[in-house]
Structures are given as structure tokens and as C-alpha cells.
Design a protein around this ligand. Structure first.
Ligand SMILES: [Zn+2]
Ligand SMILES: [Zn+2]
Ligand SMILES: [Zn+2]
Ligand SMILES: [Zn+2]
Length: 218
């Protein structure tokens, strides 16, 4: 009897009817987020942030404050010294190997200096000192300047004309503020880092500058 009652009982819902509405479990609301407050995430480390903390977090944690510029002050270091009779001499040394009074030929035949010297500063700037050292090894025939020279190539980082690409839509953006303004709109529209494609950032930055930042993604 029981069987009959069970099978003949009306279906709880018909196939064509509306699907049963699953009540959201109370657990999902344990961590409530105001509906009008979009989620902001760090585009480097993916940490969840608020609209207010987002830009500051990215700059302070992920943007190096210094840059190193290959041959910032040319190919020579000037080290004033005194001759035997006490008169001042300005001795010039090659920044790469330290040789005294190098001529143009020395730079070209030993260090391929022009590879950098003729480029705009932005294209010979490095976010980390060891990247600059690596650059010297690869490009300047293995000669890495001494630490004193390297320190003299250090400058305050300037991102006002740095080129970025948006990982959401691939648009090219110039300058840190422009980038923040643009990416903010995507977060406000509801995108999250799950929608971010770091390859979009890479393909448009053929100059290699952006690539230095990708290590922060790992
Ligand atoms: Zn971060
Ligand atoms: Zn040299
Ligand atoms: Zn160089
Ligand atoms: Zn975009």
C-alpha cells in the first residue's frame, strides 16, 4: 500500500515547470559583501582588496621604487686624483673594465657600448640591479661594472610614461595613473582576476620592460 501511495503521489515538480529554487545555504552569507562594492584584486599577487586600498597596495608592494640605467652617465667614470706634484688630474676609466683613458674604439670592440648608449633611457632601464648585471653579462661582453658604478646608475623610478597593457582587454596604457583609472573600471564592472590574461600584457610589450614585472605574478 505504501508503495502505491508513494508512486501515485504528485511529482514534486514537473519537467516543464520551473526548476526548484535551491535556497542559498546560510553559510554562503557568512562573509557578506555589500552588493554595490565590487571586488578589487591585486593584478600582481591577486590579493583581495578594496577600492581604496587597491592602487596603493599595487604601487607600494609591487612597483620597485628604483631603476638602474645602463651607462646613465656615459661610458667613463671620472675619478679626480692628484699627480706626484699635487696638481689635480681627472682620470677617466671605462665603466665596464676600469681601463684608464679608453677611446671610442675600446668601447665598441670590447663592450658593444653603443647597443645601449644610443637607446632612450627607458629602453636601458632595469627594475632590479641583478637584471642590469645580467644585461651587462649578455650584451656588454661579460663585463659587469663594479658596485660603485652600478650604484651611480641608480635613479628614482618614474612610471609616468611607462607603457602597460590591460590584462582584461589588452588595451595599451601609458603611465601608472592611466593604468589604474582604466583597470578600476573593469573591477567596477564586475571583472575579477579570474578574467585577467597575463599573456595580453606580454604580447604588447615587445620591448621587454613589462616582462620584468611578470615575476611578481608567481
Ligand atoms: Zn599584490
Ligand atoms: Zn672597458
Ligand atoms: Zn647596456
Ligand atoms: Zn582594459
Amino acid at each position: 500500500m505504501d508503495e502505491v501511495f508513494r508512486t501515485s503521489s504528485p511529482p514534486r515538480f514537473s519537467a516543464s515547470g520551473p526548476a526548484p529554487v535551491e535556497k542559498t545555504s546560510p553559510n554562503e552569507e557568512a562573509n557578506p559583501k555589500p552588493k554595490n562594492e565590487p571586488l578589487y584584486q591585486c593584478t600582481f599577487c591577486h590579493q583581495n582588496l578594496t577600492s581604496k586600498s587597491w592602487k596603493r597596495h599595487e604601487a607600494s608592494i609591487h612597483l620597485p621604487q628604483s631603476q638602474w640605467v645602463c651607462q646613465l652617465n656615459g661610458g667613463c667614470v671620472h675619478s679626480p686624483s692628484k699627480s706626484m706634484d699635487g696638481s689635480p688630474i681627472d682620470s677617466k676609466h671605462c665603466v665596464f673594465c676600469g681601463i684608464l683613458d679608453p677611446d671610442n674604439d675600446h668601447f665598441e670592440s670590447n663592450h658593444r657600448s653603443a647597443e645601449c648608449a644610443l637607446k632612450p633611457v627607458a629602453e636601458r632601464s632595469f627594475q632590479r640591479k641583478d637584471h642590469l648585471k645580467q644585461h651587462c653579462r649578455l650584451v656588454h661582453e661579460g663585463f659587469v661594472p663594479n658596485n660603485q658604478v652600478l650604484e651611480s646608475w641608480q635613479v628614482q623610478a618614474d612610471y609616468s610614461h611607462h607603457r602597460w597593457s590591460c590584462g582584461f582587454c589588452g588595451e595599451k596604457l601609458e603611465g601608472w595613473d592611466e593604468r589604474a583609472k582604466h583597470i578600476r573600471k573593469h573591477f567596477q564592472a564586475g571583472l575579477t582576476m579570474a578574467d585577467w590574461n597575463s599573456e595580453k600584457c606580454l604580447e604588447t610589450d615587445a620591448d621587454g620592460l613589462f616582462n620584468e614585472f611578470t615575476e611578481y605574478l608567481e
